[in-house]
Write a protein that binds this ligand. Sequence first.
Ligand SMILES: [Fe+2]
Length: 309
Amino acid sequence: MSATRDAARALATGVLGTAALGVGCLAYAGLYEVDAFRLRRFDVPVLPTGASPIRVLHLSDFHLTPYAVKRQRWVSELAGLEPDLVINTGDNLAHQGAVPFVLRSLGRLLDKPGVYVWGSNDYYAPTFKNPLTYLVRPSRLTRPEKETLPWQDLDRGFTDAGWLNVTHRRTTLPIRGVRFGFRGTDDGHLHLDRYADVAGPIDRSEVDVAIGVTHAPYRRIIDAMAYDGHDLILAGHTHGGQVCIPGYGALVTNCDLDTARVKGLAQHSAGGRTAWMHVSAGLGTSPYAPVRFACPPEATLLTLTPRMG
Ligand SMILES: [Fe+2]
């Protein structure tokens, strides 16, 4: 009887210990790390020889509600970086009333040159999903029948400020004497991307630095951008895996990109050409999955420097 009681006590202790660890991790992920913002920095050698460095602030996946006050405050302080260019890779909204909060948080960043594309969470309101399914398979790929968000109002705010929507457009923009060319697509996660609309080799007589901009880094999109000769590709969407294993990394990318490149600066090759690629882990999360673990929210300052060799 005594041995049975000891075994039962050991089992109960184990179950309670595991439950306590789970609650502790959840509390850390939801109460601390989800607001533990980081500014990451990378140098990217894509400028012509002799050019002065150009600083690009990459923002993504704001997923903003009026109640995410810490996120708004942190983003509002980024204007102090005085970047030369801001690139926003989408998923700004998570609430019908979020547009003025996004614009107010960006503040003086809207006075800088800016380029943007949309993500699925600009178009559609978030809905409850079992967060564990995110770790098992990519989230729903078809265009959902759900509440739309006021992305047109945000579009007006961005374009009134002079930012350029590069969705299925080719645009050139001179910055500090360097001719930048941008091409973007709509969201690949909803199969809205039509890269063919902007495809074609980069014309080096018109463009010094070619940047491809898309929300979700699906292989078909980044392959096409690299193949055409882009120097740099920027994307978001992955949330860096959002819930990661310390010392191991991301379990998922929520698209067909490999987990090794779920966030940060990497390279992507296609057709014999190689582009730099920066994937942002993003600033926010869906309000229905407000946790991050071993993957803090971030913005990234990319310092573009002259090409090597
Ligand atoms: Fe997102």
